[in-house]
Design a protein around this ligand. Structure first.
Ligand SMILES: [Zn+2]
Length: 224
C-alpha cells in the first residue's frame, strides 16, 4: 500500500526531465494557492499513463491502472513489477473532501448561465470524464446557492453602510420585468437601483401586477 507521504510525493511527481525543456514549465502547485484558478488541460488517458510506467524507486517497468474516477478527477495507482513499490497519484487537489475541478465545473456552469445538460453532454461527447447532472444539482443546492446568498447578503449590508455614511437622501429607481424572454406571464422580477452609485440594491421575484406595488414598498423600506 502507498503511504500518505507516497501520495504527497506522487502528487508532485514529474518524469525524468533529461533532454527536455521542463525547466521552463512553472510549478503551478507551488505558485497557485487557489486550485480553482489554476490552468487545466485536457489529457488523453494513454498519454497520462506514460508518466507512470517507470518505477519511482528503481526506474524499471511499472504498471499503472486507473484506481478511481470521481467526476473530472482520476486517481492512478502504479505498481513496480520488479521491486513491488506502489504509489497513488491524484489529478486534482481537494476542497474539503471534494475534488476542486468538480466544484469548479459546477460553479462555472451556474455562474455563466450555461445549460448543465448541454454542457455536460458536450464533455461526454469528446470523452472527457465529467459529473452527472445529479452531482451538479447537489453542488448547486449544498454549496453554490448558499454561497451566492451569503455574498449577496454581505453586499447589501455593505451598501446600507455606505448609504448611511453618505448622509444624504438616496435617489432610487425601480422597474419590473415579466412576460418577456426569460420570464413567464405569472411571475416577474422587480429590481431597485441606486441611480447615483449605479448599484443594484435588491431584486425580488414577484407575482405579476398585484405584487409589484407591494414589492416597491418592501424594497424602499429595506433601504431606508
Ligand atoms: Zn521498482
Amino acid at each position: 500500500m502507498a503511504t500518505k507521504s507516497d501520495e504527497d510525493r506522487a502528487s508532485s511527481y514529474e518524469p525524468s526531465s533529461a533532454g527536455s525543456d521542463e525547466s521552463h514549465i512553472p510549478d503551478v502547485q507551488n505558485d497557485c494557492c487557489n486550485p480553482l484558478e489554476e490552468t487545466k488541460y485536457i489529457v488523453s488517458e494513454s498519454m497520462l499513463m506514460e508518466l507512470f510506467n517507470v518505477c519511482r524507486r528503481c526506474q524499471r517497468l511499472a504498471t499503472p491502472t486507473v484506481h478511481q474516477r470521481v467526476g473530472t478527477m482520476v486517481k492512478i495507482a502504479a505498481e513496480c513489477e520488479f521491486c513491488g513499490f506502489t504509489w497513488l497519484w491524484c489529478s486534482q487537489p481537494h476542497v474539503g473532501s471534494i475534488p476542486a475541478g468538480n466544484i469548479g465545473l459546477s460553479a462555472s456552469i451556474l455562474f455563466t448561465g450555461a445549460l448543465p445538460s448541454k454542457f455536460l453532454r458536450v464533455l461526454r461527447c469528446i470523452g472527457v470524464a465529467t459529473l452527472t447532472q445529479r452531482t451538479f444539482s447537489n453542488h448547486q443546492a449544498s454549496l453554490l446557492f448558499p454561497v451566492v446568498a451569503r455574498v449577496w447578503d454581505r453586499q447589501q449590508r455593505d451598501y446600507v453602510t455606505r448609504a448611511e455614511d453618505r448622509g444624504k437622501p438616496l435617489v432610487i429607481g425601480g422597474d419590473g420585468r415579466a412576460d418577456s424572454p426569460g420570464h413567464c406571464a405569472k411571475f416577474g422580477s422587480y429590481s431597485t437601483i441606486d441611480l447615483e452609485e449605479g448599484t443594484v440594491i435588491d431584486i425580488q421575484l414577484v407575482q405579476v401586477m398585484i405584487s409589484f406595488q407591494r414589492t416597491i414598498l418592501c424594497c424602499t423600506t429595506m433601504v431606508l
